[in-house]
Design a protein around this ligand. Structure first.
Ligand SMILES: Nc1nc2c(c(=O)[nH]1)N=C([C@H](O)[C@H](O)COP(=O)(O)OP(=O)(O)OP(=O)(O)O)CN2
Length: 132
């Protein structure tokens, strides 16, 4: 399996519900480093998994939905904790839907799997990884 990773980041604010979160129950900010790995069994005619520029543009567009937002204000996250791992799956779902919609072209549909990793600091990160 071939894999290619592009990186971007998003700055968000959020708060969590639950004693386990301690001080993070209050509103606080995070700058997530977001890595998306595209997996493919066979390279395309240009010997690419996906074009790095197109993949980077798509990731930036997906993250723009959340960048500089207070995630507590977004109705779709009501009742959930927008943890690092939760947001990794959210970004995964957005990327997978965009690829299925042809946003990386017909060749992009040959992407067999994605891994999305959100780094919340240099000490902790979480991923969601699945076939698409
Ligand atoms: N599995 C996860 N655990 C925690 C997440 C997360 O996204 N996934 N996030 C947080 C907070 O948002 C923040 O990043 C850290 O908060 P804080 O309470 O300061 O950190 P710790 O839990 O590491 O440390 P304490 O010793 O409990 O203060 C927290 N956890």
């Amino acid at each position: 399996m071939f894999s290619l990773t592009v990186r971007d980041h998003m700055m968000i604010a959020h708060s969590f519900k639950g004693e386990i979160f301690g001080p993070a129950q209050g509103l606080h900010g995070a700058t997530y480093v977001v890595d998306v790995t595209f997996e493919r069994h066979v390279l395309d005619d240009n010997d690419l998994i996906v074009d790095i520029g197109q993949a980077s543009d798509l990731l930036k567009e997906v993250l723009s939905e959340f960048n500089m937002k207070n995630l507590d204000d977004l109705p779709e996250f009501e009742g959930r904790n927008t943890t690092t791992e939760f947001m990794a799956q959210v970004v995964f779902n957005r990327m997978a839907a965009a690829i299925h919609a042809g946003r990386l072209g017909e060749e992009g549909r040959q992407v067999a799997g994605l891994k999305v990793t959100l780094g919340e600091s240099h000490l902790a990160w979480a991923s969601y990884h699945a076939g698409i």
